[in-house]
Design a binder for this molecule. Structure first.
Ligand SMILES: [Zn+2]
Length: 418
């Protein structure tokens, strides 16, 4: 047994101590039973681990491998065209080597749960084979969910849908789709229907790259939401991006928000990535590329933030720092009122866990795995304003890492005192 003391626990104003036995939380409270090992957290904020619910681990650092620092036009569609050329050169070993760097970036900054989309429009399934191995090999430090993702579409060439299905048989956890990339609206609709059918057939979750465009006529979310609502499958479904919903007119948007509430569908927004990729065909005013995060939160619709890309043809930056994603996201979505700040951390923790359907195992509660991170601050406002770094990550009661706050060799002295 061991006891973590002097903690500021997120969403729990009373308790300061966490008692851990056999890797699980035995008790949360104050003045808990004495034990041999006592770890003082110094009054710092403790939250469940960060969740990154949308990342492309088979793409990380491939931009550098391509010898480029950025795509020419910076549009989504140019990046999609760049990818297949590089894809031909991949091996299981080369994918694992780069993906491990991406996992390290994330885990070393407090992430313990990643949902990764893996491009399965490859008859050899190189990326998928690599990721299935890594999921098993890394399970002690990070939980990885794999999406069977048809980057080149299901119907842009013959046999795309079959590849998505084969990847599910091989062990992918989630069915993906990219309807706005299909060659005609009808094919986009077919792909949404196929995604839901495959999820039902193989009992998998759903996560669709949905309407990642500024075109307000891209409304595949409408069909996706209706289908999963009818099947009672909304809580198992996430719609990623939905950028066009930020360009839709209000009367349409509010009718849809009502329907999203009914289906319990989840949304995943990638604020840095889409702020970079979208609005490219606008002069001014220029759109932000963000879905209606603030309105989803106000209406109790689950929405989470994600990294999406780390140095790939879609986005040159990215370093796995979820606090950076949150910081960008709360600016773009304008969610910084005192009430907002109290729950903004949910966007990179609890809300992501709901997208992954792991809420029953996730969180700081008695009986659950003792998984949490320690942030360098003592309140949600403090850690968000300072973009606090993660001082420690604990998994099943053991430190994955810990570090000290910055210490100076020479400290700045202004030479005055007031
Ligand atoms: Zn993506």
């Amino acid at each position: 047994m061991k006891k973590f003391i002097n903690a500021k626990i997120y969403k729990n104003n009373e308790a300061t101590e966490i008692l851990v036995e056999d890797g699980k939380i035995k008790e949360i409270g104050n003045n808990l039973a004495d034990c041999k090992e006592v770890i003082d957290l110094g009054g710092k904020m403790v939250t469940p681990p960060y969740v990154d619910p949308h990342l492309h681990l088979d793409y990380v650092y491939t931009l550098a491998e391509l010898g480029k620092t950025g795509a020419g036009s910076g549009t989504l569609f140019e990046a999609i065209e760049m990818w297949p050329v590089f894809k031909k050169t991949l091996t299981v070993e080369s994918v694992k080597k780069l993906a491990l760097k991406g996992v390290m970036d994330e885990v070393s900054q407090g992430v313990q749960h990643i949902r990764t989309h893996i491009d399965v429009t490859d008859p050899k399934f190189t990326g998928l084979k690599a990721m299935l191995e890594m999921k098993e090999e890394l399970k002690d430090i990070v939980d990885i969910q794999i999406v069977s993702f048809p980057q080149q579409g299901m119907y842009t060439y013959k046999g795309g849908r079959e590849l998505v299905e084969e990847a599910l048989k091989m062990g992918a956890d989630v069915v993906g789709g990219i309807p706005h990339y299909e060659p005609a609206r009808e094919y986009g609709e077919m792909s949404v229907k196929a995604t839901v059918e495959l999820a039902m057939k193989y009992d998998k979750l759903i996560d669709v790259h949905c309407d990642e465009t500024d075109d307000p006529q891209a409304r595949f979310i409408e069909l996706l939401n209706a289908l999963v609502y009818l099947e009672g499958y909304g809580a198992k479904t996430s719609a990623s991006h939905t950028c066009s919903f930020g360009s839709a007119d209000d009367s349409y948007a509010y009718r849809m928000i009502d329907l999203f509430k009914k289906s319990k569908i989840n949304f995943i927004s990638n604020p840095t990535e889409n702020a970079y990729l979208q609005g490219r065909h606008d002069t001014y005013p220029k759109r932000r590329g963000l879905t209606r995060v603030k309105e989803f939160m106000e209406h109790g619709i689950n929405v989470a933030f994600a990294q999406d890309s780390i140095n790939d043809p879609w986005y040159p930056m990215g370093n796995g720092n979820m606090m950076n994603i949150l910081d960008n996201g709360i600016h773009l979505a304008q969610i910084m009122s005192p009430q907002d700040i109290e729950k903004d951390l949910d966007l990179i923790t609890y809300n992501g866990a709901r997208c992954l359907n792991i809420q029953d195992k996730y969180g700081l509660e008695v009986g659950k795995d003792a998984n949490f991170i320690v942030l360098n601050g003592d309140s949600p406002f403090d850690v968000i304003r300072n973009r606090a770094n993660v001082l420690a990550s604990v998994r099943k009661g053991e430190f994955l890492f810990k570090q000290k706050p910055v210490e100076y060799d020479v400290k700045l002295d202004l030479g005055v005192k007031y």
